[in-house]
Design a protein around this ligand. Sequence first.
Ligand code: L34
Length: 297
Amino acid sequence: MSANLINGNEISKAVNAETAAEVAEIVAKYGVRPALAVILVGEDPASQVYVSRKDKKCAELGIRSEKIVLPADTTEAELLAIIAKLNADPSIHGILVQSPVPKQIDEQKVVLAIDPAKDVDCFHPFNVGRMMLGDFSGFLPCTPWGVTVLLERSGVVTRGKNAVVLGRSNIVGKPMAAMLAAKAPFGDATVTVCHSHTRDLAAVTLQADIIVAALGIPRFLKGDQVKEGAVIIDVGINRIPDPTAKNGCRLVGDVDFDSVVEKASLITPVPGGVGPMTIAMLMKNTLRACRAALKTA
Ligand code: L34
């Protein structure tokens, strides 16, 4: 078998078109424009790319974006002061601090400082807890939510399937596993979470109908670890050296695409898979934040 591609660019475009229509409706009805503050601390080149993509997508959809770029030596107190100001500003509905932040800043403190009502990343324990308890009407974590939308819009049924999540990070693996296992249209799967201490990984992944790879190791998952016909979602975005590329590097996922494509029925590419969905769902969360502020949700 040679897999069909799940086109994240196309699916995100459809989601974004729905968001743009809802934004226009809110502006027309209430005279309020949804607004997102995106804070970037430092000059990490990958983060710069992601943040400017978020900024651009806001503009395209009619969301006001306030991009705040701070120097790499910004103190924790300075950042917390900026967050406090944004929390208090009723014209700002969503606040996001791009991760990772420089090491003098405690990321957990930053997460706790953001008003849960503006936490469009769904990183705050209040929002994580609410989601874990089965309330999916608030914020949802952008990347896992994007994965569920990719599956749904590709016609993949999760109910009763064996889903394996590779990786247990707070931003992807953990919430991904929770969503796939949830009593919900995008859930009802039997979920196994694998990580660096998993024994005989292939024995687990070979049982999987759906695999979500989010461990941050370039081309980790190989074709011989995948069951014939499985659905493969690659969350990884790794930059590896490539002397033939014009900027000297190339993006690869956590899946060894060339070997896995031969076994899978459906597979997401990198780039053009999960990445654009993360941004599309961030836009949706911003809309939810605005609606909640207007009490129209
Ligand atoms: N606070 N930090 C916070 N929220 C987030 O949701 C993120 N993330 C991750 C990193 N730090 C964060 C993102 O935005 C990863 N991430 C992200 C978002 C978008 C894309 C990649 C990562 C993306 O658009 N990827 C393109 C390729 C971009 C490129 O050429 O580098 C793609 O097609 O996959």
